[in-house]
Design a protein around this ligand. Structure first.
Ligand SMILES: Cc1cc2nc3c(=O)[nH]c(=O)nc-3n(C[C@H](O)[C@H](O)[C@H](O)COP(=O)(O)OP(=O)(O)OC[C@H]3O[C@@H](n4cnc5c(N)ncnc54)[C@H](O)[C@@H]3O)c2cc1C
Length: 407
């Protein structure tokens, strides 16, 4: 075996990459700075992730089968009755999901290093190794013991503030800031959110995104996001969602407050030399929904599969061109999904009139079926032309009724 690969970061992306590499017998080093990391996140995952990533049932704390879309004028549309009995959105705790994926990768042979990677030295020739400088925390000391590791290939799975992206000059991306409060509710209030998630739209909760109340293990996550980044503004928007959901959150106790960037689009360069970025480090979150867990895991698996194939199961060192074929395949498979969701966000999250139209449109069963199928299975099954035409006509009708197309 020739190839040695370092995977930096063990969120859904890093652990999924390490699992695929380790399964193929490739010498894999998986770095994680914080083994009990609880990534700030709503924790919603699509049904297809459960089967594709072989997640055991206990990873899913709650199975959401009902969604409430709530318009700026508080019109509520219930969605979910088109779901089949065995269909749901999975809600999980990130510390549980991430821990499971990481341990599985390690049990399959990845060398798990509890360490923070501080620096990556780029070789001058395309045969020499990359050198990672990291603080090893395994001894328990707070600062860690400085060490180095030489590898042939690096996967940057270290999230939105990726050091690996900086080291390879991958370029910046725009990002939104998401803010979230974890609130423990009295039992009767929590019962309301048992299988239910809520999405609120309106200028008061976000000028360009949505706000949410998602049920978690034994509490709810209440949050919002915006690209118009400004500390005072995000607090004002969070106050907006707290006001809108006030009755349902009555008697609640805040147990945690968190905030984190959400990338808005891919970085200009996702592969440089023998370094590839995956997940949030690459910028794989979708617009409109802000969904990133599945796309992080999937992009990482695709990248690792490319490495396994082009290295002939670790017998040769892949080149930049080999790694770039992962990007090509990714853009081909998901380019349209990103485009459509970007367009949806631009059209419908623009003004309160377009948001009213959006919520009205969500009442339609064909729209619900299409939306759920695309979210749960990530395969946009084209609706038959008649339904497609019906949906288009309803979309335009909703927009016109709300005077949403006025400049
Ligand atoms: C408030 C909020 C709510 C969200 N809700 C949802 C949701 O409901 N559903 C959804 O699908 N997506 C959601 N997202 C997006 C989702 O959280 C991310 O897209 C996802 O976590 C990306 O996974 P990742 O593995 O690429 O990166 P991360 O999950 O960020 O993992 C990166 C890992 O790398 C480690 N790391 C970082 N730097 C280093 C270093 N130098 N050395 C060693 N280790 C390092 C970190 O500790 C971390 O474990 C939300 C995001 C936010 C901010």
């Amino acid at each position: 075996m020739v190839l040695r690969v370092a995977v930096v970061g063990s969120g859904p992306a890093g652990s999924s990459a390490a699992e695929t590499l380790a399964k193929a017998g490739i010498e894999t080093y998986l770095f994680e700075r914080k083994l009990d990391n609880a990534k700030p996140c709503g924790g919603a995952i699509p049904l297809c992730m459960v089967s594709e990533f072989d997640l055991p049932p206990e990873i899913i704390d709650r199975r959401v089968r009902k969604m409430k879309m709530i318009s700026p004028s508080n019109v509520e549309v219930n969605i979910g009755h088109t779901l089949k009995d065995d269909e749901y959105i999975g809600m999980c705790r990130r510390e549980v999901l991430d821990g499971f994926l990481r341990d599985r990768a390690a049990s399959l042979g990845a060398n798990l290093i509890n360490g923070t990677v501080y620096q990556l030295d780029i070789p001058t020739s395309d045969r020499d190794p990359y050198t990672l400088h990291y603080a090893d925390h395994s001894s328990g000391s707070a600062t860690g013991e400085m060490k180095t590791l030489k590898v042939d290939l690096v996967i940057g799975a270290d999230g939105a503030n990726s050091r690996i992206a900086k080291a390879i000059d991958a370029g910046d991306y725009n990002y939104a800031i998401a803010f979230q409060e974890r609130i423990r509710l009295p039992e009767d209030k929590m019962a309301y959110y048992n299988e239910l998630a809520e999405m609120y739209v309106g200028d008061d909760v976000s000028p360009d995104f949505y706000a949410w109340v998602f049920p978690k293990y034994d509490h709810v996550a209440v949050g919002t996001g915006t690209m118009k980044i400004n500390k005072a503004k995000i607090k004002q928007l969070q106050a907006g969602i707290r006001t809108r959901a006030a009755k349902r959150l009555e008697g609640g106790e805040i147990i945690k407050v968190e905030a984190h960037p959400i990338p808005e689009h891919p970085r200009p360069r996702r592969v440089v030399g023998r370094v590839a970025l995956v997940g949030d480090a690459a910028g794989t979150v979708t617009k409109s929904s802000g969904e990133g867990i599945y796309f992080a895991a999937k992009s990482a698996r695709m990248c690792a599969e490319t490495i396994v194939a082009t290295s002939n199961n670790g017998q040769r060192i892949p080149t930049e061109a080999d790694l770039k074929s992962y990007i090509k395949q990714w853009d081909k498979q998901y380019g349209m999904t990103y485009l459509v969701l970007d367009l949806l966000q631009r059209v419908f999250y623009r003004t309160d009139a377009t948001r009213e139209a959006f919520v009205e449109m969500c009442a339609d069963e064909d729209v619900q079926r299409l939306t759920f199928d695309s979210y749960l299975y990530k395969t946009v099954v084209p609706a038959n032309p008649l339904i497609q035409m019906k949906i288009t006509a309803k979309t335009i009708g909703s927009l016109l009724r709300g005077n949403a197309l006025a400049p």
